[in-house]
Design a protein around this ligand. Structure first.
Ligand code: F0G
Length: 393
């Protein structure tokens, strides 16, 4: 394990979450030995257990991962990795199975997470499964209804802050540092990212290496995790190259996209992030250093899209492709369209968009879309339908 901030190095130790010397972000270096997809058994995240360091004598799993890679109807070689098909409806489950298993195997009884909603729902489910006490810290009034309802369903204790996710995040970080007995389930915990990297393993096993991978970015852990997965496979000679990582942020919460655009080495944080895509309404991404490393080393980039572009993309995904994704996930398609227009990616290359969460997470966003909804007299239903069919002919 190596600290991205101060360079401190230590042997792999599952008990370590942040740098023991400076508190910075740790990277877990994994070297695959004799790895081949043809030797693997089982499905989902734990199919790739040879690539996940640590001791997992007890695994807390709800059969996460193994999500569908859906070919696009509109673009020839483009695929959607639909993470909404995970047990709680987002990619977070991949990280939670590893992090919560780590918490159990290292003896923790209490876990905590700050969240814009999906981490909360996922952490709550896995904590229940493991029999752990869980505290969730949420930005009051800014969590999509489905996610809040899930957190309630799984029985978590919900602590709300008047402020953004960034305020909630800082308080969980403090709780972890001050009270070592609480295990943090946020993505500054590098063990969580070891689970999330299996998105890359699944894609590579199914279609080999893509040219570009387009990922919505919030707290900025997932884009790094996916890049890390591809990098490990490339270093082991399983694939020939690492795809370019293209991060997408909402205009009102775009510190990483702006940093890349302006050529800055460090992002300028957004004090009051705002976007309809509440999942990525984040102004101070904890993992910014990891995200920038992934983007730069893969010769990728990051771009920002407007809320209107996100809404339009969500609608197109649903109404042209039949895929229901939440607004933050639809940002990947909005960003993809923009990247094609600006010549950043070629639509005829092999490209994968990561659709991070299910549309059902955010019913309010769906209800705001245009709809034909007509109160009818059931006796006369055929008049309406026949009338319309005739009109259309
Ligand atoms: N898409 C969805 C649906 C998300 O919920 C998140 C993050 C992201 C993308 C961005 O991933 O943070 O790794 O860059 N949601 C977190 C949460 C912050 O609390 O659920 P990231």
């Amino acid at each position: 394990m190596k600290c991205l901030d101060c360079g401190y190095e230590t042997d792999i130790n599952q008990k370590i979450i942040t740098c023991p010397r400076c508190g910075g972000l740790l990277e877990i270096k994994v070297k695959l030995k004799g790895f081949s997809f043809s030797n693997l058994k089982g499905r989902g995240v734990w199919r790739y257990k040879d690539a996940i360091p640590g001791n997992y004598s007890k695994i807390v799993s709800i059969n996460e991962g193994n999500t569908p890679l859906i070919p696009s109807r509109n673009y020839k070689q483009t695929f959607y990795k639909f993470e909404g098909a995970n047990p709680t409806g987002s990619f977070k489950d991949r990280g939670m199975t590893v992090a919560v298993s780590s918490a159990v195997n290292t003896g923790y009884k209490v876990v905590a997470a700050a969240s814009t909603g999906n981490t909360a729902a996922s952490a709550a489910a896995y904590a229940s499964r493991a029999g752990l006490r869980i505290y969730l810290v949420l930005p009051k009034g800014k969590v999509a209804l489905g996610k809040l309802a899930q957190s309630i369903l799984y029985g978590a204790t919900i602590l709300e802050v008047n402020g953004s996710f960034d305020v909630a995040m800082a308080s969980v970080m403090r709780l972890y540092k001050d009270l070592g007995i609480v295990y943090p389930l946020n993505s500054f915990n590098p063990w969580r990212l070891e689970g999330q990297k299996t998105i890359a393993y699944e894609i590579a096993e199914e279609i080999g290496e893509p040219d570009n991978v387009i990922v919505p970015v919030g707290n900025a852990g997932n884009i790094y995790a996916i890049w890390k997965g591809f990098t490990e496979l490339q270093e082991a000679g399983v694939i020939s190259k690492v795809p370019r990582m293209i991060g997408v942020q909402a205009e009102g919460a775009a510190p990483i996209a702006k940093a890349i655009e302006k050529g800055l080495n460090e992002p300028e944080f957004f004090e009051n992030p705002e976007t309809i895509a509440t999942a990525i309404r984040i102004g101070k991404p904890v993992n910014w250093k990891k995200a920038i490393k992934a983007i730069k080393s893969s010769k990728g980039t990051a771009i920002s899209v407007s809320d209107q572009e996100i809404i339009d993309a969500q609608k197109r995904l649903a109404r042209e492709e039949g895929i229901g994704a939440e607004p933050a996930s639809a940002a990947a398609l909005a960003g993809y369209d923009k990247a094609i227009k600006e010549g950043i990616v070629d639509k005829d290359q092999k490209n994968v968009l990561i659709l991070t969460g299910h549309a059902l997470k955010d019913p309010d966003a769906m209800l705001r879309l245009d709809v034909r909804r007509i109160l009818i007299n059931p006796e006369h239903i055929e008049n309406i339908v026949l009338g319309e069919i005739n009109d259309n002919n």
